[in-house]
Every structure is written in structure tokens, then in C-alpha cells.
Design a protein around this ligand. Structure first.
Ligand code: NAD
Length: 482
């Protein structure tokens, strides 16, 4: 682990294995961190804070920009690690490793443009507002996009003068340790960035509850987000929570069915469906239901599933045996509750996919609102088709009838009708057609309801990593009292 500018073993002296999800073989052992390691890392981050936060913005931004360059230079190596420990198809893994350092560039430049304000008070008083780093930030991330999830938080946190303790997912922490190797080259004040590996139940909980952590920036399931809220409440920490979703994809009767079917199938299988913003519930108007389902099925069958190291592979395995079992459990629950699996629903049997944690692209139809697969996030290549709907009012109510509110799509060729939907759907993002509102650091991303608190990306996301201070200056020189 990387703590206080040094490579260290866990205090426990123990390690645990990381597996290749495509072969089920062990690829590495990583340190089994615990509470004692959290204490060391938080103390190191606290010690580094005055040195890092008082550097000029120009100097901090320059170092953050250099980090982006170094990461890009290592994109091939990082991409290979991502394929090995996560199963990301090789081509996409290298693309992601080269593309996502853009988060650091964007944070470095936008930190320079965050200026203070003055407020009109009275002729005798000047009030000005100043932004300061929040302090020691714990960054706790999920396994589904192991690097991007860290970069989205680390870029703004660092550029704005915070110090960080990163807890990557326990399943695939190798890319985060590689990130620490790259950060080592920057010669930041020791302890500015720390990486500790280990389970959420110990390392994650110790960070979320720690009295000397000022903020938790977390991406993961809503269940863990709630646990973190409760743990963090002891010291009233700042929270940025990017949580789960059960995202409605609405296909209206005037939609371009062909375009919608192809685009939605791609979204459904992106990263083998392990994306928070994947479609979770399909609502298709009764007039175009059959046509959409037929075209969507054809599109879902086209993706090349295989060894993630093969450049032709578009669809890799799921991340772990445990997660595959969870996805299969959802498929079985749908069958048990009376829905119908019309595509996939099982593991592939042809080599090399007879090993590894693969699940075939799956379509389930006939889902009713109370079924488990209508309400809970599956996080796999499984498309859930709700029963066809008849009217706009009906489908808006159905789409909003869920605890999540992350993203959504409305497919229509009538933009005024689409915008009426956009006004009424309870979600952080509404895509009218193809887009999900765009990806990348300049766009805000975040959920409503149980999908989270706060934003990532854009200046809104940057501001999460600052404290706003009001300073009131008395302009009348006071007479010294005797
Ligand atoms: P998870 O909640 O199981 O784990 C996320 C992180 O939290 C891991 O590092 C884990 O070790 C840690 N953790 C687990 N229990 C903890 C606890 N009690 N206290 C502190 N930390 C703890 O999530 P996951 O399975 O790794 O990721 C999948 C989830 O992430 C899905 O729900 C998905 O929707 C969500 N996600 C959301 C977004 C978004 O932007 N909204 C993006 C990606 C993933």
C-alpha cells in the first residue's frame, strides 16, 4: 500500500488474492489493510494538508496536469491490468486508460477559475467569500470502472488542495496501486495521496467513521451509501455519494425504433451491463412494442463475447463469481415470479467462455411493477422489459415509481413531447434519444432520490470539494479601547 509516501505492507502482515474473471486464476496478492492502516493513512494525509493546501494554485494545477501526462504514458500497462483484474475488453481498457486522465486536466484548469466573491453589505463593512479545501478526503470506489471512479474524485480533490486516502474496491485494486506508483514520480508532499487496500467492511467503514476524515467521496451501491451516511454522521462529514440506479428507458410510439433498439442494446451491454447508467427498465409503447423488441433482440445477439484479451471481443465476463451468482439469482427470481426469459439467461458453454464469470446477453419480458427485477438494480447484461404501456401519463408514473433516480431515456421524434417528459421524470439525467447528457468532466452527473447526493463533473462537482467561507471586514478602523 502507498501511505505517507512509502510502500508498506498491511499492519496485519496478511494479503488476499485478486482473480482474473475470464480465467478464474489468481493474478496477484494485495495487502489486507485494516483499521490500523486507516489510522496511519489518515494521519499522513492530515500531516500533508498544510503543505499541499498552501501551494499556489498554479503549482498544484501544474502537478495535477503532470499526473495526467504520466497516466497517459502508462495507458497500455494500466489497460492491461484493467483487463486482467476486471475483464474489460482490451481495446476498451486501453482507450479508457488514455481517455480518463482528462479528468485531471479539466480539474487542474477549472480549479484556476474558481474565484471568490464580494457581497454588498454596508458602507462600513466588506464581506467576501473564499473557497478552501475541505481537508482530508476519503475516496471509496466501486469495481465497475476502477480507474475512472477514482479519477473523478481525485482530480478535483487534489487540484483544490485537499489530501486523500483512496480505498479502491477489494476485488480489483491493482490499477489503484499502479496509480500510486505513478503518483510517486510527482514528488508530492508525503501523504498527499495514500492508497490502502482491503475490504469495505473494515477499511471502508474505518474511513467513513474516522474522526479526522473531513469528507467521504463515494461511488457504489445505495446500500453501502446509506451505511456510509450513518457512519459519517458521527462527525458530520461532507458527503458526495454516487449510488445505484434502475434507469427507465421509454420508447414512445413516434420513436425511431431502429435507432433506439441499436443504441439501447449497446448501452445495456456496455461493460457487460456493469454500469450505473445502464437501462434498468424498458417501457415500450404498445404500438411499437413488438417491432422494438424484435430489433433490440437482433442487436443484443450481435455483440462478440469472448476472451477480453482478444481485440475482437466486445463483451467480457462479469467481475467475479459472486457477482455472476447475484445476476443469475435475479434472472431466476424473474422466472419464479412469472416473467419470461426470451434470450440468454444462462452461461455460455463454448470455450474459452466455459471458464470465467460469463453470462450471455439476456432479455426478460412480461415484467410487472412489483417484481424484484422491476425494482432492484441487476448490474449485468440483462434487459428488463416491462409490460407495454398506452399513455404518456401512465408511463411517467411508472417510470417514477422507484426508489432510484439516476438516469433515464425518452425516445421520441417530437422534441416538445420529449421535453414534457424531461420536466416530469425524477432523475439526475434525462436523455432525449441517444445521449445520456454526455459523459466527461465538463458535465454534471449525479442522482436524485436514493441514487445519491451531490454531483461529479462540471463546476458543481468541483465545488463539492471546497468549503465556502464568509469573511466580514470592518472598514471603520476601530479606536483602541483603553
Ligand atoms: P459497493 O457499494 O459494494 O462497494 C463500493 C465500495 O465501498 C467498495 O470499495 C467497497 O469495498 C466499499 N464498501 C463496502 N461496504 C462498505 C462499508 N460498510 N463502509 C464503507 N465502505 C464500504 O458497490 P460495488 O458493488 O463495488 O459497485 C456497484 C455499485 O456501484 C452499483 O450499485 C452501481 O450502480 C454503483 N455505481 C454508481 C455510479 C454512479 O455514478 N452513480 C457509478 C458506478 C457504480
Amino acid at each position: 500500500m502507498w501511505i505517507g509516501g512509502n510502500w508498506v505492507e498491511a499492519e496485519s502482515g496478511k494479503t488476499y488474492p485478486v482473480y482474473n474473471p475470464a480465467t478464474e486464476l489468481e493474478v496477484a496478492q494485495v495487502p489486507l489493510g485494516g483499521k490500523a492502516d486507516v489510522d496511519k493513512a489518515v494521519a499522513a494525509a492530515r500531516k500533508a494538508l498544510p503543505k499541499w493546501s498552501t501551494k499556489s494554485q498554479a503549482e498544484r494545477s501544474q502537478l495535477v496536469l503532470k499526473l495526467a501526462t504520466l497516466l497517459r504514458e502508462s495507458a497500455k500497462e494500466i489497460g492491461e491490468l484493467d483487463t486482467l483484474e476486471h475483464g474489460t475488453p482490451a481495446k476498451r481498457a486501453v482507450f479508457l486508460a488514455a481517455d480518463t486522465p482528462g479528468w485531471f486536466e479539466w480539474a487542474a484548469y477549472s480549479a484556476k477559475s474558481l474565484m471568490g466573491h464580494t457581497l454588498p453589505a454596508s458602507p462600513e463593512t466588506l464581506i467576501y467569500l473564499q473557497r478552501e479545501p475541505v481537508g482530508v478526503v476519503a475516496i471509496i470506489t466501486p469495481w465497475n470502472l476502477p480507474l475512472l471512479m477514482i479519477f473523478q474524485k481525485l482530480g478535483p480533490a487534489l487540484a483544490l488542495g485537499n489530501t486523500c486516502v483512496i480505498k479502491p474496491p477489494s476485488i480489483n485494486s491493482l490499477t489503484a496501486l499502479k496509480l500510486a506508483e505513478i503518483i510517486e514520480k510527482l514528488e508530492l508532499p508525503p501523504g498527499t495521496v495514500n492508497v490502502i487496500t482491503g475490504p469495505g467492511g473494515t477499511v471502508g467503514e474505518a474511513l467513513a467513521a474516522h474522526h479526522d476524515v473531513d469528507m467521504v467521496a463515494f461511488t457504489g451501491s445505495s446500500e453501502t451509501g446509506k451505511a456510509i451516511m450513518s457512519l459519517a454522521s458521527g462527525t458530520v462529514k461532507r458527503l458526495q455519494l454516487e449510488l445505484g440506479g434502475k434507469n427507465p428507458a421509454i420508447i414512445l410510439d413516434d420513436a425511431d425504433v431502429n435507432a433506439a433498439a441499436n443504441a439501447m442494446a449497446k448501452q445495456q451491454t456496455n461493460n457487460s451491463g456493469q454500469i450505473c447508467g445502464s437501462p434498468g427498465r424498458f417501457y415500450v409503447h404498445e404500438k411499437v412494442y413488438d417491432e422494438f423488441l424484435e430489433k433490440f433482440t437482433v442487436a443484443m445477439k450481435k455483440f462478440v463475447m469472448g476472451d477480453p484479451l482478444d481485440p475482437k471481443t466486445e463483451l467480457g465476463p462479469l467481475v467475479s463469481a459472486q457477482h455472476r451468482d447475484r445476476v443469475e439469482g435475479y434472472i431466476q427470481s424473474a422466472i419464479d415470479e412469472g416473467a419470461k426469459v426470451i434470450l440468454g439467461g444462462k452461461r455460455p458453454t463454448t470455450p474459452p467462455m466455459n471458464k470465467g464469470y460469463y453470462v450471455l446477453p439476456t432479455i426478460i419480458t412480461g415484467i410487472t411493477p412489483k417484481m424484484k427485477v422491476a425494482r432492484e438494480e441487476i448490474f449485468g447484461p440483462v434487459a428488463c422489459f416491462m409490460q407495454p404501456f398506452k399513455s404518456d401519463e401512465e408511463v411517467i408514473a411508472l417510470a417514477n415509481d422507484n426508489v432510484y433516480g439516476l438516469t433515464s431515456w425518452v425516445w421520441t421524434t417530437d422534441m416538445a413531447r420529449g421535453m414534457r417528459f424531461a420536466n416530469q421524470i425524477q432523475a439526475g439525467t434525462v436523455g432525449l434519444g441517444q445521449g445520456r447528457g454526455g459523459g466527461g468532466p465538463e458535465f454534471p452527473w449525479g442522482g436524485f432520490k436514493e441514487s445519491g447526493i451531490g454531483k461529479e463533473g462540471s463546476l458543481y462537482g468541483m465545488l463539492e470539494f471546497t468549503n465556502l467561507k464568509r469573511i466580514a471586514v470592518d472598514l471603520v478602523t476601530p479606536k483602541k479601547s483603553v
